[in-house]
Design a protein around this ligand. Sequence first.
Ligand code: ADP
Length: 150
Amino acid sequence: MKKIAIFPGSFDPFTKGHEDIVLRGLKLFDEIIIGIGYNSKKHRHFEIGNMIQHMEATFADYPNISILTYNELTAELAIKHQARYLLRGLRNTTDFEYENSISQVNRHINKDIETVFLITSPQFAAISSSIIREVHKYGGNVADFLPYKL
Ligand code: ADP
């Protein structure tokens, strides 16, 4: 049976830290689906269509990585795509507190889904989408943090 994982997130924007988790995840899974949680009523800083294009370009050489948007429970999305794993990244104890409860809830919703956590690579530990949004908002250069050119 193929090992399929969903990598869920907001990806506003998708960063080098996210890219690292996906590429390392490929050592564990046959296929990774990057699920962008998207609600058209919620404001994004980086427009969704552009972000999808950047992400598709980033992984153009990887036929086993796909990108989609969703607006439903992550566990439901996983069932739809025969994915038994959720992939998440951990940078620090704040991430851990949040991820701990979210993974318990996901397993409660579907006991066959396991969340797999990869610890951030140290060179990407300080990268966060929210800080990048803030820097970008005020005209700062964020190119070093992104795996594609804006
Ligand atoms: P969410 O809004 O669900 O937290 P994000 O897009 O911020 O989504 O992040 C998606 C996942 O990537 C989360 O598991 C988050 O902890 C992880 N992540 C974010 N930045 C990094 C990084 N620099 N290194 C490793 N993991 C990261």
